[in-house]
Design a protein around this ligand. Sequence first.
Ligand code: 3QA
Length: 230
Amino acid sequence: MKIAIMGAMPEEIAPILEKLGTYRTTEYAGNSYYEASYNGVDLVVAYSKIGKVFSTLTATTMIQHFGCEKLLFSGVAGGINPTLKIGDLIVATKLSQHDLDITAFGHPMGFVPGGSVFVESDKTLIELSKEVAKELGKTVQEGVIATGDQFVHDETVKNNIVKHFNADALEMEGGSVAVVCNAMDIPFFILRAISDTADTDASFSFDEFMESSAIISAEFVMKMVDRLAK
Ligand code: 3QA
């Protein structure tokens, strides 16, 4: 089995590369892909760069060029649901694009003809994450993740995202990765650890906690890989 593990930023995949020991680096379409064999499974690891476009390119490449059969995303997110504190894990049950807007034509936010407001994650991978969480004695909250091409640091923007999508967390890649995987029939799993709460001091909180939260997410995703390898 070949599994894709992606992040958006170097810090989000560094803890994963560390666990692999040795890997082979391939340059493709302006990005680096790291291939390794880990406990009997083939892994392709990459960070896409920030945002929906770069993450779409990377997810597509991992599936179409490298032949990955499942995709796990690991990274950080801005928390919306007040139950989510810095360092807490959230797994996306479904994802939306909060900045996709043709409401001028009477469509709901996040909707374009031929698409859907939400894309649902793979239920088997979510089940597996519950088992892993139990085994580790960790809490992983399930919720809606909203994705858009902006670092949100404003209560009004945040409240609008809640109004339209009832989202629990927000970030800049999950929704686009979900669209790609859904279209190509590839089971996917989006995990994020909270780095900030998308309010006025989000950038400071992000700078302080992104690295530690990225590690929390990466470690959990590698436990998922351990289970998938069995
Ligand atoms: C944005 C990163 C992008 O990949 C999305 C982090 C955490 N908090 C968020 C928030 N709004 C939207 N997304 C997020 N990731 C960070 S850009 C800073 C880059 O610094 C999730 C995320 N509030 C690079 C050095 O200049």
